[in-house]
Structures are given as structure tokens and as C-alpha cells.
Design a protein around this ligand. Sequence first.
Ligand SMILES: Cc1cc2nc3c(=O)[nH]c(=O)nc-3n(C[C@H](O)[C@H](O)[C@H](O)COP(=O)(O)OP(=O)(O)OC[C@H]3O[C@@H](n4cnc5c(N)ncnc54)[C@H](O)[C@@H]3O)c2cc1C
Length: 485
Amino acid sequence: MSLNKNKDVFDCLIIGGGVIGCSIARYLSRFNINAILLEKHSDVCEEVSSANSAIVHSGYDPKPGTLKAKFNVLGNKMMEQVCKDLDVPYIKNGSLTIGFNGDDKKTILELIERAKINGVKARFIEKDELHNMEPNLNEECLCALYAEDSAIVSPFELTIAFMENAMDNGVKLSLDSEVINIERDIDNGLYHVYTNKDEFIAKSLVNATGLYSDKILSLIEKPSYKINPRKGEYILLDHFNANFVKHTLFMCPTKVGKGVLVSPTTSYNYIIGPSNELTDIEDTSTDFETLNEIKEVASKLIKNIPYGEVIRTFAGTRPNPDTDDFIIEESKENPLFFNVGGIMSPGLASSPAIGEYVSNLIKEKLNLSENLDYNPIRRKVFKLTSLGKDKYNELIKKDPTYGHIICRCEKVSEGEIIDSIHRNCGARTIKGVKKRLRAGFGKCQGCFCQEEVLKILARELNVDINQIRYKDEGSEILKYPSKGE
Ligand SMILES: Cc1cc2nc3c(=O)[nH]c(=O)nc-3n(C[C@H](O)[C@H](O)[C@H](O)COP(=O)(O)OP(=O)(O)OC[C@H]3O[C@@H](n4cnc5c(N)ncnc54)[C@H](O)[C@@H]3O)c2cc1C
């Protein structure tokens, strides 16, 4: 196979378009830099960052002194402003870590001490106050740790917004680009990165490949850690009642993790899960037995969960490293190779802080100057669901496509879909539209709107409708011409 050789020598090449790679790209764009991000899928946010609990943890849980504690606490502090700047859904709903007995109470008191060391607000709540805060809690819930700074965010929109803002400020993106080899020229120190179709040359590299970060590192040196993927299965309920559960409800954490939670999402759906199973790296299946175990634990927290409202089940895979902490460092063997691996939970919460930290490291090493034109604000996304009636009517007068509803479950208009396609890091696929706007996320799971979204994508991208895919290559929706055409 002959590769296209990219003539540019990039200052920095980021591998991986999850929330970590995209955040690094965004913060790097504060500097004068020629940077590019490579992602093997047809869109950003397709792996770990797309299937998680979406909690901006407050930071009381990670062990003091770890990178997890440091970046979680910083990331939590940054997230609200970041979401304002990038117009990303964020709700500071607070979390309750529930205790059922004396042992749990002891754990909660220890966690409150840990919170103090980490510099995080956390207080002990007795039964009466707890049940006032969450009327649908099970009677057996005895006490809780209340972390008022815990929040929820839309992980898809955050990741996409990071990348869009990075591109608005000059960073490039190459999708469908799977890195298969890396070489370092010892004469000039430049890295040669080979993908399935191109060769890129860069002065510095960032490995932000989530579940694959040890494999990518092994292309250039012996990795010092190993990723042990652990699957988390979830049940997702519809947005049937905005007050059913207001806070994020956790069980007391154990050695293997934070356990099953029940939480609202930023769209007022309810998420229940995750499980915690060792798994194959590509396995995102869900199974009846595990889902039933999740239901059993969740019913200890909340009474009468209306499982008739279930929309779907899904699974995400944790990139847990055997070191049990984030790995964020420059390689000792390969200068200017920055390894940002093993970013398990609380990686989403930590993402702005990791992006800022890694980009500052690169700035120092490459002696970059400030980008005086840097604009941290992303152009607003008009969403019918968040516009008042008057503003909505005004918008329709200006552009009638906003009055044409395509997704009835989530109330998404044609105008919003067109806008999502024509932005930087715009939607190219059915799933891309779903992640950006929630079209297809509702109860009918796209049964009514998918055909319309397909036509809009083909028209706006000016390609044949047979080329439009659900997600990656091979997932074309219309494989063959219909009706004998
Ligand atoms: C079940 C579960 C629950 C979680 N809950 C929370 C939570 O509530 N709060 C929280 O803070 N964190 C949570 N997390 C953790 C959080 O989701 C992760 O820390 C974060 O998403 C990791 O992002 P990433 O960018 O490192 O990885 P990814 O999102 O996986 O991004 C890596 C990217 O690299 C790309 N890539 C891989 N190999 C190559 C290659 N060879 N060439 C090009 N591209 C490549 C992949 O396609 C992928 O897009 C949870 C995780 C899981 C699984």
C-alpha cells in the first residue's frame, strides 16, 4: 500500500479523539502551534468517552497524592466555566454516597476525612435530611456523604465541543486515521507516524488512545504499564419525571470501584449502573444476568424504579491500568513523546485539568508563544428544548428549517441538524447527529427520524445517500439501490 506523505512537519500530533485528546487539542490551541489530532473512527468520542456515567466527580474519593486526586479536584473546579464557554450541558446536582449500616457509616466518615485532605467539600447527612433531599430513597438508606460540588455533564457534547473549539483556533483533525506504526528519526528527533492511509511527521506526540495506550506506546518502547479493560453495563431510562432522582446516588465504594449508581443525566433521563467485569477490549455487550444484578443493587437505593421506562442498555469499558493511577508523563526514552494513558474514572471529570496541564508541558518544551487570537468561546448551539417560546419563534422566522421537527422524541429540528453538520468537527454520520443533538436518542431509538436524518446528511454533505453510514466504514444504512434503480 502506498501512503500519502503529509508535507507539513507538525509541532504536535495527538493520537486519539476521546475527551482527553480533544481537551489537550483545545488547550494547545491557546498557543501558536501547528497541531493535528488523528482518530481511527469516523468521529471523535466513539470509545470510552462515549459510554460512562457522565459524573463530574467532586474528588473526595481518589487517594490523596495520586494524579487521579490532583486532576479530579482541579477538573471539577474548571468544568462549570468550561461548559459555559463551550455551551455544553452541565448541571451541578450534588452527589449522595449512601450508607446502609454501621460499616458504611465508618467508610463515609473516612471518606469525609479524605475529602478534607483533597480539599473537597463533603458533609455527613443523617437519615431525615437524606430522605427530605431524595423522597424516593429506600427506607433502608440510613445516612450519606453529601458532596455539593459533584455535577453531571454531557460527555459526547463536551468531547465534540473541545475538538470544535480546538479547530476554530487552528488545530487540524484527521478522522478514519488509525495509527499503525511510529518511528523516531535519531538524526533530527522527528517522529514519523504511519496510519492506514497517510504518513505524518511531528516534533512531539501525545498518546491519548484510552484502551489502546499501552499498545500504542509499545510501537516505540516497552510500556511500563498494562491496561486491564473492565466493562461497565448500564440501563438507561427515559426522561419521564425530572424530579424522580435529583442527586447522583452512589453506593459506598469498595476496592473494585464506586459500584452501581442511580443518576439523572443532563437531559433528565436516568442512568443506572455500571457493573464491573474484566472483559475483552472490544466487548461492549450487555447480558440479562448482569443487568438483573444491577437492578437488584439499584433497588436498594431507590424504591419502585419504573423499568417500563427503559430505553436501552449499553456498556462502556474502563481503561484501567495495573498501576491504578493515571499515567501522564513524557517518555524517558523518547523525548517529546507524551503518554497520557490509563485515564480511567474520574477521567471525564479531570479532562479540562489534564488538557491544560499537558498543553502547558508541551508549550514549555517547544517554547511556544501565546496565540493572541485564541477564542475560548464556542459558537452557541441553538436547541429548541432549551430556547423559550419567544426566542424559538424568532429563530423560526429567521430560518424556517428550525420549525421542521425531525426527531419527535427529543424535539430536534432540521435547522439544528444542518448546523451540526456545518460546524468544525461536524456530524458526518447518523450516530454523529445523535451524539451532537440527541436525535435518535429517545424512546423510538431513531425509528421515525433516522430516514430523515439520512436524507439531510446526504444533501448537506453533497454525497450519494448510499454513502451515509451509521458510524464507521461498513455501516452504510442503504447498502443497495432500492426498487430496482
Ligand atoms: C463504565 C465507565 C464509567 C465511567 N464513569 C465516569 C464518570 O462518571 N466520571 C468520570 O470522570 N469518568 C468516568 N469514566 C472514565 C472516563 O470515561 C474516561 O476516563 C475517559 O473517557 C477516557 O478518555 P480517553 O480520551 O482517554 O479515552 P477514549 O475516549 O477511549 O479515547 C481514546 C481514543 O483513541 C482512539 N484510538 C485508539 N487507538 C488508536 C489508533 N491506533 N489510532 C488512532 N486513534 C486511536 C480511540 O478510537 C478513541 O477515540 C468512566 C468510564 C467507564 C468505562
